[in-house]
Write a protein that binds this ligand. Structure first.
Ligand code: MF3
Ligand code: CO
Length: 266
């Protein structure tokens, strides 16, 4: 069942979503070669707690960390660990916060210079596919219109792999609510989008095969062929019939551009 939010609820989700964005912006300043993903996770958790919220992911179905940090061939749900980030890494960071009874959930992929051309393209295409999906998040459209836009752009136009096993989702009082928001599907299919529905759209796009495997930790999802993957996620509300993006990449991209270790300039 899709729960339509009140205007007041949407504003609380926006507050949580913007705190997630600010958390990702904090990390954008400190991601560089030599830093461990565990350090980034600790910094994110501190920042979230300092801002009167709690990390949504910690203890969610037993997930042990505040963030998911998925490096290179890790697609999503990577465990922060003691491995040091290296030049050429793609570091996808997914953050959720719970504040005032509502969740925010957003993800961003950072490229640690020097980044291979094919990986730069993967990042750009994944991010552009998110924006193309968001353009379809308007009243009267269906979930399948978002899904098709993302799949068509990534698969047909760029021959990248669109992960099937994981999907975007509604969010609000719960981190995961109806509807599911796949990154593949048919135009005109699925639930209809209506005023004050809130969804997280999150394309997970692979340079090679769409197929994934699970690590022995039971969480980390990796590409089957070991090629790199990228992941961006925004929380979006249907407002006045249009897509209202509740999270924001603005501060993240500013910090990314001023961090000389990172690919920037989007
Ligand atoms: N953004 C991811 C999702 O919506 C993160 C949740 S993973 C978990 O699925 F760690 F919380 F489990
Ligand atoms: Co999500």
């Amino acid at each position: 069942m899709i729960r339509i939010k009140t205007n007041a609820e949407v504003e609380l989700i926006r507050e949580s979503a913007l705190l997630v964005s600010d958390t990702l912006a904090e990390l954008a300043s400190i991601v560089k070669a030599g830093v461990t993903t565990e350090f980034l996770d600790k910094r994110a958790e501190e920042f979230i707690l300092d801002n009167g919220a709690v990390p949504s992911f910690k203890h969610y179905r037993g997930y042990p960390f505040a963030t998911c940090i998925s490096v290179n061939d890790a697609v999503v749900h990577g465990f922060p660990n003691k491995r040091e980030i290296m030049e050429g890494d793609l570091v996808s960071i997914d953050v959720g916060v719970y504040k005032n009874g509502f969740h925010g959930d957003s993800a961003y992929t950072f490229g640690v210079l020097p980044v291979l051309d094919e990986h730069q393209l993967l990042m750009k295409v994944t991010r552009d596919s998110l924006l193309l999906g968001i353009e379809k998040a308007i009243a009267g459209n269906r979930i399948g219109d978002i899904a098709f836009a993302i799949q068509d752009y990534c698969e047909r136009q760029h021959r990248f792999g669109v992960v099937r096993e994981l999907v975007g989702h509604g969010l609000g009082k719960n981190l995961h609510e109806d509807p599911q928001v796949p990154n593949y599907g048919k135009k005109g299919s699925g639930p209809k989008l209506r005023e004050n529905i809130v969804i997280a759209i999150e394309p997970m796009i692979n340079l090679g095969t769409k197929d994934v495997v699970y690590d022995s930790d039971g969480w980390t999802v990796r590409t089957k062929d070991g090629k790199f993957s990228a992941h961006y996620e925004h929380d979006v509300c249907i407002k006045r019939g249009k897509a209202d993006i509740l999270s924001s990449f603005e501060k993240i991209t500013q910090r990314e551009s001023s961090n000389s270790a990172l690919l920037g300039g989007y």
